[in-house]
Write a protein that binds this ligand. Structure first.
Ligand SMILES: [Zn+2]
Ligand SMILES: [Zn+2]
Length: 140
């Protein structure tokens, strides 16, 4: 089985995910922009049973306007969010793609619309053509 390794900036929080992700997606809602500090966030969802986490993490709980709860786990020492979970989808763990040792192995395939954003908050997205350009670049 393929093992994907992820870690925070300082290396104290690590994660191992086995097998292949069920989905690799981009979200560019305002909440994800703030969390990541980037124009968009990319994440790979793995079956929760395939994921093991080592080290200390601090949860940050965020609710979308539809009441959907997302729990983001970040390293208390360096602040990197390594993974997150959605209460509505307890069977999966989403790993922030940039924390993987080899993110290029998992190019995103699923741009998310505003209504499909992580917490369903429907906040202002960048235009979909921008997302397509990003996907094309990332997919190379
Ligand atoms: Zn860290
Ligand atoms: Zn988002």
């Amino acid at each position: 089985m393929n093992i994907h390794q992820a870690s925070c900036s300082c290396g104290q929080l690590t994660l191992r995910a086995g097998g292949e992700p069920v989905r690799v997606s981009i979200c560019h809602c305002r909440d994800c922009q703030r969390r990541s500090g980037s124009a968009f966030a990319v994440q790979a969802r793995f079956p929760a049973g395939n994921v093991t986490v080592e080290g200390q993490s601090t949860p940050y709980v965020r609710a979308g306007d539809k009441g959907r709860i997302a729990r983001f786990f970040f390293c208390p020492a360096c602040g990197t969010t390594v993974f997150f979970r959605l209460d509505a989808d307890p069977d999966h763990v989403a790993v922030a793609l940039g924390t993987l040792d080899d993110p290029a192995r998992l190019p995103p395939r699923s741009p998310c619309s505003a209504s499909g954003s992580i917490t369903g908050s429907g906040s202002r997205p960048i235009s979909s053509s921008t997302t397509e350009q990003l996907l094309q670049r990332l997919g190379q």
